[in-house]
Design a protein around this ligand. Structure first.
Ligand SMILES: [Fe+2]
Ligand SMILES: [Fe+2]
Length: 318
């Protein structure tokens, strides 16, 4: 039991660390709400990386060349690694890996809605890398300075790999755009499908983002949803021109007077539908994740048995 004065002192110390732009570490005292917010955000982020392996994993067996297959395998494997770093970061806050897995496979946890869209064409591997990993970078670079140490450190490594992902996506699209008419059309069609969902990755407009203010005060979040969306569009425009693809928004233009990008209204009804589990692939993504978990039970059992045997052997040797 801690006394009220001890609690106040702990809170003051926490506030001072946040104000000084310092890091909160696992052993530091932190408000319950801060801990809960981080567990939710980091575990959802980890789930997104793990579910995010599926739309691209879908193309590994059908990649158009050995080189493309090797690159795609490396990319999907990176996403698994990101999931693991993030689950480890969440574990430092007191939640177990089993709890997080259960929440995901029972459909109680959220993950990024972008992965509930299907990947019917090879060009989708390009559009995902360019747009989805691109949006992820915009969201995640500021998280490298998040106030919670283990999360921020995981993000540093993740962001390095995400920028490789974005470049490989851009390069797939560039190759298609330099190809035949049919390849160009395939690239454009894919960009048309992924553009709006990638803009939705930044979340609802600032006026409808209730948790943002508290996360900003805690220095978990550094920029608002709309600021990040603007930054992303600003990055895409010159890259789309270099590719020769058209971004599917006739209203998109730079507003010199206001110093921002004007764009069409985002279809938030679609966003809410997908978020509510009614996207094109929600049920399939969870079914595949559950099946992988059940099919992998023998691997976990074997690994646990091996670890037990080793520690028993080490105990005898000691
Ligand atoms: Fe990732
Ligand atoms: Fe990625």
């Amino acid at each position: 039991m801690t006394s009220p004065t001890e609690d106040t002192r702990a809170q003051e110390r926490f506030d001072a660390l946040i104000a000084a732009d310092s890091r909160i570490e696992p052993r530091d005292w932190m408000p319950d709400a801060y801990r809960r917010t981080l567990v939710r955000q980091i575990s959802q982020h980890g789930h997104s990386e793990i579910i995010g392996m599926q739309p691209e994993g879908n193309w590994i067996t059908r990649a158009p060349s050995l080189k493309r297959k090797a690159i795609l395998m490396a990319k999907v494997q990176d996403e698994a690694g990101h999931g693991l770093y993030l689950y480890s970061a969440a574990q430092t806050l007191g939640i177990t890996r089993e709890e997080m897995t259960q929440q995901l496979i029972e459909g109680r946890a959220k993950y990024s809605s972008i992965f509930n869209y299907p990947t019917p064409s090879w060009a989708d591997m390009g559009a995902i890398g360019w747009l989805v990993d691109g949006a992820a970078i915009c969201n995640q670079v500021p998280l490298c300075r998040a106030s919670y140490g283990p999360y921020a450190r995981a993000m540093v490594r993740i962001c390095k790999e995400e920028s490789f992902h974005q470049r490989q996506g851009f390069e797939i699209l560039l190759t298609l755009m330099r190809g035949t008419r049919a390849q160009q059309a395939m690239a454009q069609e894919s960009v048309d499908r992924w553009y709006w969902p990638s803009l939705m990755m930044f979340g609802p407009p600032d006026e409808h983002s209730p948790n943002s203010a508290q996360s900003t005060a805690w220095k978990i979040k550094r920029f608002s949803n709309d600021e990040l969306r603007q930054r992303f569009v600003g990055m895409l425009v010159p890259q789309a021109a270099a590719l020769g693809v058209t971004l599917p928004d006739p209203e998109l233009r730079w507003n010199e007077a206001e110093g921002r990008w004007d764009m069409s209204e985002i279809d938030w009804t679609e966003f809410r539908e997908v978020l509510a589990g009614r996207g094109p692939m929600n049920a399939e993504r969870l079914r595949a994740r559950r099946a992988a978990h059940e099919d992998g039970a023998w691997v976990r059992e074997a690994a646990a048995a091996y670890a037990q045997k080793r520690s028993a052997a080490e105990a005898v040797a000691a």
